[in-house]
Structures are given as C-alpha cells and as structure tokens.
Design a protein around this ligand. Structure first.
Ligand code: PGA
Length: 268
C-alpha cells in the first residue's frame, strides 16, 4: 500500500484529481470506477475545475459506479445516478451512455443484474482506476463488515451503522433505502489501481484497521492489503491512529522523486 498523508481534505482531493487526470489524459479509452458519499465531492469539483481549465477531457472515458440503492428511480434525488449527474457528469464532456451504475429497477432480478454488471465491466476491458471512500465501519462500496472477500456485484443489506451514518442525508419524512446493489470486494480488487480517500477523525479507526489490522472480513477495506496497487490518500485526522506515520512521510518523499521523473502509474 502507498499511504500518503496530507495536511487537509482539500489537498487529498487535489491529489486524487491528479491521479484521475494522469490516467484519463494518458490512457486511450480509460475506465474509471467511481464512488459517491461526502468524501469524493471535492474530488469531483477539482475535476470539473480541471475540465473548465482545459486540462482534462472525459470524451473517451467509461465509468462504473460502486453502488446504487435498490429499486430507486434515476430521477430520485437520493439516487447515486442523480448524485453523479449533479457532482460530475453534468459539468464535463463525458458521454453519459458510457456511465454505468449497478441499477436494479423494481421487478428486476438483483442476482442477474449483478452478474450483468460484472460482464459489462469485463466488456469495457476492466477498471483502470477505482475511486473509493471508506465507511467508519471499514466498508468499501456497500460491502459491510463480514462481506465475503470473494464477493461480486450483488444485493446487500445495509448495516445499522451505515444507515445511521447516512441518515444525515435524508429528511425526517423521507424514505431511506436499506438495500443496495454494490460491486463486491473481488470486483474492487480486480481494478488495476485503487485510490482510497479518507478524511476526518471519524475515519481514523477504520483507516488503522485497513492499513495495519488483520486481513479480515470484519474490516472489508483490509482486503486492499492484497491489492498490488492500492493508494491511500489521507488527511492528518484520518491518519491520526496510524503508528508508522513517519515512515509514510519518508516513503512518500522517495516516491515523489520517482513520480516526477516517470509519472504516477507504472503501466500508463
Ligand atoms: P462518506 O462515505 O464519504 O460519506 O464518509 C464513505 C463511504 O461510506 O464509503
């Protein structure tokens, strides 16, 4: 894992935007895995700024989102499709026909839809860079604790902690879905690079478990220990429970030199 610690959340977002921009600008027909939640909002706004400054074009890009609530209409303001339109797709030159979410409408079989999503990702050539957040309970996507480390896109029941954490986004009288479709942990591990962003004190324990805890379904993000190219972007608060902070700062200084000369990716 490459653990990189920044002074603040804005620097995390700017760095994540650099990773996305280098991939999208260098690789023909890039495939991005995208995430929703509060954390990536500042990444998307940094990308929109880059687009407006003519520093990035998404014309050739295909995207796959991690998750979507089950049986929710695309037009529903709580849908992740709506979130993506509002925060990114409506503001850049992406072809929306090449943007996918694991939607499962009323009456559709979630198991079949999950498999179809896996096929669609494979048909696009696999995900080059998967953006991730992390739940306070260690989830990635909606892979809640005890999710199989070999899981694929499927229907998932949200944990009480996730429902509580996300209740801030719903009005008191608004329906909050308890079921979602999510890429599995094995789906995420198939991405060529994963870029996980975590900010704030409430993520510190999950970050510690992910980086240096046991590889365990109790912390789904710990599965990233098995990924060849996992990059973890943290602000100081999210990094605050890590024991080896000095090492990460030192290692990052060395990596920066290599990045400057050869770029961020070893294969693009
Ligand atoms: P957040 O969610 O960015 O809203 O904190 C992260 C997640 O649950 O993956």
């Amino acid at each position: 894992m490459q653990v990189i610690i920044f002074d603040n959340a804005q620097d995390v977002a700017e760095s994540a935007a650099e990773w996305v921009a280098e991939l999208v600008n260098k690789k023909p027909n890039p495939v991005l895995g995208l995430a929703t939640g509060s954390t990536p909002i500042s990444l998307y706004s940094a990308l929109v700024n880059k687009y407006k400054a003519d520093q990035i074009s998404f014309k050739q890009t295909t995207t796959f989102n991690l998750d979507e609530y089950l049986g929710i209409e695309e037009t529903n303001k709580q849908s992740y499709r709506h979130f993506m339109n509002e925060n990114l797709f409506d503001h850049v030159d992406i072809d929306k026909d090449k943007t996918f979410l694991p939607t499962c409408n009323q009456g559709e079989n979630p198991r079949k839809q999950g498999l179809a999503y896996e096929d669609k990702i494979a048909d696009a050539g696999g995900i080059d860079l998967q953006i991730l957040g992390i739940g306070a309970n260690g989830h990635i996507g909606f892979n809640e604790p005890t999710s199989s480390l070999a899981s694929r896109t499927r229907i998932k029941t949200l944990s009480q902690q996730t429902l509580n954490d996300n209740s801030r986004l719903f009005a008191a009288d608004e329906f909050q879905p308890t079921l979602a479709m999510t890429m599995g942990i094995a789906t995420i591990l198939d991405a060529r690079y994963v870029l996980l962003m975590a900010t704030g004190k409430n993520k510190a324990k999950a970050v510690k478990d992910m980086v240096s805890g046991a590889l365990s379904a109790a912390c789904p993000a710990s599965a990233l220990q098995q990924h060849e190219n996992a990059v973890i972007l943290l602000d100081k608060e999210a990094a605050s429970e890590l024991e080896d902070q000095e090492y990460y700062v030192w290692a990052n200084m060395q990596n920066q030199k290599v990045n400057k000369e050869f770029g961020l990716y070893h294969n693009y």
